[in-house]
Design a protein around this ligand. Structure first.
Ligand code: FE2
Length: 238
């Protein structure tokens, strides 16, 4: 393939994947363009959702995920790709960009978009069809030790997430050998606060408004009871 043909193939691949990402067929496109290592190595590429758009129904509708993943998350990712060239952070992972831009006044826009990408990628993995209930093993023991029991943890997580004023995130984190519930505002993330995220719920209105309107508590309770992927949370324990 000539240089010009290679460049054209790259453009077509990007255009196609932009469309395909919204349709959730990223794995198919990966196979189609398997001979294109430059794309596969892009550290800023959005991972496909770990389930189908309708897999979390009726708790979270396909319509919500189509907008949330396909428009909101994709929009943040597109912004990062536009902002990285010339920033001195070319070739870095999303996590590295978040850490490098936190608290840097002239890089606030890049931080906000990169942190939203990281937070969303983490959030998708915190859910699964038929999830919820309680963790087991080491994570359950740690929750009992640090919160006094699963019900006390659950109340702290739900209250903290529902009570976050405005847009943000509710987290279970590990910090200094202890588990804690924290909430962050807008794009802020415990990644930059010396904590290890274990679980997160997105409490921006775009995460629940189509399904629950103003009833954030109903959404957070349904997330806890029916969606949490406790195996993922447990795997994040250090
Ligand atoms: Fe979101």
């Amino acid at each position: 393939m000539s240089t010009a043909e290679t460049a054209q193939a790259g453009l077509n691949r990007r255009e196609f994947l932009t469309l395909a990402g919204v349709a959730g067929v990223g794995l198919v496109t990966h196979g189609l363009f398997a001979a294109a290592p430059a794309f596969a190595a892009d550290p800023l590429e959005m991972a496909p959702l770990p389930y189908a758009m309708n897999a979390l129904e009726p708790v979270i509708s396909a319509r919500t995920l189509e907008f949330h993943y396909g428009k909101h998350h994709a929009g943040y990712a597109a912004n990062v790709k536009k902002m990285v060239p010339g920033s001195g952070l070319e070739g870095k992972s999303m996590e590295d960009i978040v850490k490098a831009t936190a608290g840097v006044a002239e890089k606030t826009a890049l931080f906000n978009n990169a942190a939203q990408c990281w937070n969303h990628a983490f959030y998708w993995k915190c859910m699964k069809p038929g999830g919820g209930g309680m963790p087991t093993g080491k994570l359950l023991e740690a929750i009992k030790a640090d919160f006094g029991g699963f019900d006390a943890f659950r109340k702290a997580f739900v209250d903290g997430s529902v009570g976050r004023f405005g847009s943000g995130w509710g987290w279970l984190v590990q910090q200094g050998g202890k588990l804690k519930v924290v909430s962050t505002s807008n794009a802020e993330t415990p990644l930059t606060q010396g904590a290890t995220p274990l679980l997160v719920v997105d409490v921006w209105e775009h995460a629940y408004y189509l399904d629950y309107q103003n009833r954030r508590a109903d959404y957070v309770n349904a997330f806890m009871d029916k969606l949490v992927n406790w195996d993922f949370a447990a795997a994040n324990l250090k």
